[in-house]
Design a protein around this ligand. Structure first.
Ligand code: ZN
Length: 427
């Protein structure tokens, strides 16, 4: 039997994948089709525990790092070689759906188990990661686990982050750990051969194109600004127009200027004014101060930077006799995923006869931080109407199966590779 044929005979177990999907959907179920599992809460801990139960039943080794990322490892023939990693997250929005993050975790476990079912050994270990607090719905920042793991955020800052009740990550993590059983220790930023994260698209493109697989080219950049415009409070009934310094009219003028600039025939630029506050905020007073945020996203650095550079010109200068200042509080440039990992995923999709396209991710993922550590890409599957961060989130079992099989084939190829672009230091 040629190895080519053997790969094609090997497929994930759809019944098992779906039974795990349904088992996780029960933990923190809202009764409205969604699920509520804030990071490190009792439901998130129960979901993590269930995953560990499944992993331990297969004798995979289980470990945790100091920020609470979980690692499930199936050993390879060369145990000292850096593993191929895959994974996502089990925490959800408050409430969220049953697919965001969860799909990548159960698809990854399916890869380990399918290889185990068929007694197929790979040269490299394969590691499934469950990142802690990806959603950022309970603790700030989002993608906390992978950010700390990659060194982008300090562990101390992350552990001190508190939820609305004042409970710190440090305290919630200790509580959660006490329910997970014995775990080995895992180091931050351990050498990794490659990382692939499977995820629902969370957007409408694949469904609209009628495709099964998205080979993800990267993650679009994001930039956020805070603008503050200062006018002068005045009586709404007595103050003539020429005497007014109306901060809201100045804000409207700036916002319409920005919106005009954001017109993009290719529809790649995302421009949002998501928060606007008006002071003093009474019906009969001319607004004295207006603050608004600007959220900008684009997959290409040059295009994002061009817009960023225009913001100071529009929002940083006096407008309609009102003072105006703007500052950028977040700038995360676009991430390009690794060309070789993308080609391995593309070949896997072709090998499975799956229809696919290349696309950039509109949302941020843990893969963004893994891309700093090792060659990385993602596999998207379509989701119903692009709906996500919503209890109505849905993906078709046939797409879930296809995505998991493409993940399996791609990981198997990478896990048998000897040459590595990074030094082969024992993990
Ligand atoms: Zn996610």
């Amino acid at each position: 039997v040629s190895s080519q044929l053997k790969t094609m005979e090997l497929s994930v177990d759809l019944d098992r994948l779906m039974s795990r999907h349904h088992a996780l959907a029960k933990i923190g179920a809202t009764g409205r089709g969604g699920v509520c599992r804030p990071a490190l809460g009792p439901e998130d801990t129960a979901a993590r525990r269930l995953l560990l139960d499944w992993a331990r039943a297969r004798s995979f080794s289980c470990a945790i790092d100091p920020i609470g990322n979980l690692f499930v490892r199936r050993n390879g023939g060369e145990p000292g070689w850096p593993p191929v990693s895959t994974g996502s997250h089990l925490d959800t929005q408050i409430p969220g759906g049953n697919y965001d993050g969860i799909y990548g975790v159960i698809a990854g476990l399916e890869v380990l188990e399918t290889l185990e079912d068929h007694d197929i050994s790979t040269r490299r270990p394969i590691e499934l990661v469950v990142w802690n607090n990806e959603e950022g719905a309970r603790f700030s920042p989002t993608t906390m686990g992978s950010s700390v793991y990659s060194g982008a955020t300090s562990i101390e800052a992350a552990l001190e982050s508190c939820d609305r009740e004042g409970i710190s990550v440090r305290k919630a993590l200790a509580e959660s750990l006490s329910k997970l059983g014995n775990l080995d220790q895992h180091a931050f930023g351990a050498p990794c051969h490659a990382y692939i994260e499977a995820h629902i698209e969370q957007g409408p493109v694949l469904e609209a194109e009628g495709l099964s697989i998205g080979v993800v080219t990267g993650i679009q950049g994001i930039s956020q600004f805070q603008t503050t415009i200062t006018g002068e409070a005045a009586h709404a009934g007595t103050t003539p127009r020429r005497r007014r310094r109306d901060a809201l009219l100045a804000a409207m003028s700036q916002i319409s200027g920005l919106a005009k600039l954001a017109e993009d025939p290719g529809d790649k630029l995302r421009f949002t004014i998501g928060k606007l506050t008006v002071l003093p905020g009474t019906p009969n007073t001319v607004p004295s101060e207006v603050a608004f945020t600007i959220d900008l996203r684009h997959p290409q650095r040059e295009a994002l930077d061009a817009f960023r550079n225009s913001i100071e010109r529009i929002c940083g200068t006096e407008t309609l006799s009102c003072k105006s200042k703007v500052n950028e509080f977040l700038n995360s440039p676009p991430i390009d995923f690794d060309a070789r990992v993308r080609s391995v995923i593309r070949d896997a999709a072709i090998g499975r006869g799956a229809s696919f396209m290349e696309l950039a991710s509109g949302a941020t993922h843990d893969a963004k931080y893994m891309a700093k550590l090792c060659p990385t890409s993602m596999i998207f599957i379509p989701c119903l109407s692009g709906i996500s961060h919503n209890e109505a989130e849905m993906a078709a079992p046939s797409d879930m199966e296809c995505g998991a099989n493409v993940l399996l084939d791609a990981i198997k190829v990478l896990a048998d590779e000897t040459a590595s672009p990074i030094a082969q230091v024992p993990a």
